[in-house]
Design a protein around this ligand. Structure first.
Ligand code: MN
Length: 446
């Protein structure tokens, strides 16, 4: 069964999991240690002060952790994810609904979040946050399922604050329910295979509002995802989840939520936001709670899914694209495109195609195939020597962007593209210096 425990076993067998044996505090200490170990092996905190259940994080810190779970070379992962997204159009696999779900092994008599180790991550965070829950909802008009990831702040035994970013399908569902004075029912699923996370973060350009993106997860699992019926809501839960909360997003209720240290590297401010009331809670026996450490993990989790999708979407518009890379410093706001444009001007078309394909992007840099897009110094060299600012910088004022980026105000900011490609045909002065390829090991050097 491809559940979270299967993934932990796969990572441990590949040497990609470390067990933290020391008891840690869920308030600041757990995330403090995660910050020091960020980028390495995934972590399993076996003991959390005051709680009965362990907690895991860091699955997306690097591509090797993820590759161990999916049994593929790390370089193949973006393409595997892109194939999964393509299956939405070519051959979507429908979920199956089971009655004997592991997530129902233990049902709480009433919801009680004080039993669950939910970390308070960054020093100025407003409270404990679930950062890795997959939320499932149904379109109030069509019944189409939606799967997405949102931050959730614990504000009571059965109460959570929620952020629904503008443009997300969950918010669209909620606004239509709220207009009728109705709550939107959801299931909140914690501790699932990362296939569900990939499905949940599929951009809406690839999975429009009339498409159930859970088929992405089925493709990655190699079998239909297993759902189970809601006990108190008309929405299914992930059958193999470690913890399931059935809930409703209350109509016309807003309560303070935040601050929260976000993927952007900045704190999201405290403001009145949406409120979730939990109606039912169930879990597996001895559940393992899962959290995302805000930072590299979120960037990788998103970037891996986005890169190959961008490659395919842009390639349908312009020829000559070789590779794409979501840079780390750009935090999923900057993509570098590697392409040899077939004609002058085509690099700028690629910039426009990238912005159209993924609205969170703030910045696109285009370089030729003789530039290593994974090396920031090499990209910088192209920027300084191949981009004439008088004609090679594209600025699109007042475009829709990602609200968690502080430069984006009310979802609006300018976007910028840098055409760092040389002219077509290639002028001789753009020939890069090269040397004979020799093996230093064959020389007597002291
Ligand atoms: Mn959707």
């Amino acid at each position: 069964m491809k559940d979270m425990r299967y993934c932990l076993e796969k990572m441990e067998a590949a040497g990609r999991l470390a067990r933290v044996k020391t008891r840690v505090d869920a308030v600041h200490e757990l995330s403090g240690l995660s910050a020091k170990l960020e980028g390495g092996r995934a972590l399993l905190f076996e003991k959390v002060k005051g709680y009965d259940y362990p907690l895991t994080t860091g699955w997306w810190w690097n591509r090797d952790n993820v590759a161990a779970i999916f049994d593929r070379p790390a370089a193949d992962i973006p393409w595997l994810f892109a194939d999964a997204v393509d299956s939405l159009r070519s051959a979507p696999i429908a979920p199956i609904v089971v009655d004997d779900a592991p997530c129902r092994e233990v049902c709480f008599p009433e919801p009680d979040l004080t039993r669950i180790p939910v970390p308070t991550h960054a020093l100025l965070d407003g409270g404990p946050y679930f950062s890795n829950c997959v939320i499932i909802a149904k379109d109030p008009d069509t019944g189409v399922r939606n799967t997405s990831v949102h931050r959730l702040m614990v504000t009571g035994r059965d109460r959570l604050g929620l952020l629904m970013d503008a443009g997300r399908h969950l918010r669209d569902y909620y606004e239509r329910a709220e207009a009728r004075g109705e709550a939107l029912e959801i299931t909140i699923n914690n501790g699932v295979h990362p296939a569900y996370f990939v499905a949940a973060t599929t951009p809406s350009s690839a999975a429009p509002i009339d498409v159930d993106e859970l088929a992405v997860a089925s493709y990655l699992l190699g079998e239909p995802v297993r759902l189970c019926p809601g006990v108190t809501v008309g929405v299914e839960a992930v059958a193999d989840a470690e913890l399931v909360m059935e809930a409703e997003i209350l109509p016309r209720v807003r309560e303070p939520e935040g601050p929260f240290g976000e993927v952007s590297g900045y704190y999201a401010t405290r403001a009145d936001r949406w409120v979730v009331r939990i109606k039912h809670m169930s879990m597996r026996r001895d559940p393992i709670i899962s959290t995302l450490h805000p930072g590299k993990e979120v960037w990788n989790g998103q970037g891996l899914g986005i890169e190959a999708n961008l490659f395919r979407t842009i390639s349908r518009q312009v020829k000559g694209l070789k590779n794409v890379y979501m840079t780390h410093g750009g935090s999923h706001y900057h993509v570098v495109l590697q392409m040899d444009p077939p004609a002058n001007g085509m690099a700028k078309n690629a910039i426009m195609a990238a912005f159209a394909a993924f609205s969170d992007l703030q910045m696109v840099t285009v370089v030729n195939s003789d530039v290593n897009i994974f090396d920031a110094e090499d990209v910088e060299r192209a920027l300084c020597t191949r981009c004439d600012p008088a004609k090679d910088i594209v600025i699109i004022p007042g475009a829709f962007g990602h609200e968690l980026n502080p430069v984006v105000r009310g979802n609006i900011a300018a976007k910028m593209g840098f055409d760092c490609t040389y002219p077509v045909p290639k002028p001789p002065e753009y020939t890069r210096v090269s040397f004979m390829d020799v093996d230093p090991g064959k020389y007597d050097i002291r």
